[in-house]
Design a protein around this ligand. Structure first.
Ligand code: SF4
Length: 222
């Protein structure tokens, strides 16, 4: 199948890299690049669940100006934490999770986020996606692919995978995408998925990779 040709996968990723330069970085990448702090990447990722980046970004910034370590968040009164993060969805549940994780990090991990995927998923509220994001954008590891809703939807649209859930997509992508691209994959597909290949009525005429997409068929080449 043409779309699974490895050269096409590389071409598509390169074209998407060009396309997404015009958009803002997804929040986890931005925080990872700016702070080099796995803890801040973890917290911003927890805040971002079911919340738009344009809301999560300012809330994360405000929180980290006051408390940017597990110790500071553990000491902060719960009500104060809730007041700061109130704009994000499910802020009450998220405030309790962030506080509990901070306390556990202090008690059991010497106040540091473990650089270990299997340890990360033991925390309540931390699933594969969040753990993969922390490994990729908090610790800058190259062996992980953080599959979120965009990185699940778009490879299915492109015909790269035929999967029913993000975990299966992660497994399949690891088989077909050259490893040198894994670290950037979430970034690129989140930006593309938020701005062009949106869930409903994607902007296919503006899409840099439309000639490779079965949804469009053969279109103008770039
Ligand atoms: S052509 Fe449309 S459906 Fe295909 S990847 Fe681009 S935006 Fe998404």
């Amino acid at each position: 199948m043409q779309n699974l040709d490895i050269k096409n996968i590389s071409r598509i990723i390169k074209l998407l890299k060009k396309e997404v330069k015009q958009f803002e970085n997804p929040i986890a990448t931005e925080i990872g690049e700016k702070t080099r702090s796995p803890f801040m990447v973890l917290v911003s990722c927890l805040l971002s669940l079911r919340t738009m980046d344009k809301v999560t970004g300012p809330v994360s910034k405000k929180l980290f100006e006051i408390a940017d370590t597990p110790e500071k968040i553990a000491k902060m009164p719960l009500k104060k934490l809730q007041k700061i993060i109130k704009p994000v969805n499910f802020y009450i549940t998220k405030s309790k999770r962030i506080k509990n994780i901070s306390k556990t990090l202090i008690k059991e991990y010497g106040g540091k986020v473990p650089c270990d995927f299997n340890e990360l998923v033991k925390f309540k509220g931390v699933g594969r996606k969040t753990a993969n994001i922390v490994m990729t954008y908090g610790f800058f590891k190259k062996d992980y692919i953080a599959v979120d809703t965009h990185l699940h939807r778009i490879p299915n649209r492109l015909g790269w995978v035929k999967t029913k859930n993000p975990h299966k997509t992660e497994e399949e992508l690891k088989k077909i995408v050259p490893k040198k691209y894994w670290q950037d994959l979430n970034d690129i597909f989140v930006a593309h998925g938020q701005n062009i290949c949106v869930p409903i009525s994607p902007f296919c005429s503006k899409c840099y990779i439309n000639k490779y997409c079965p949804r469009i068929g053969v279109a103008k080449s770039r």
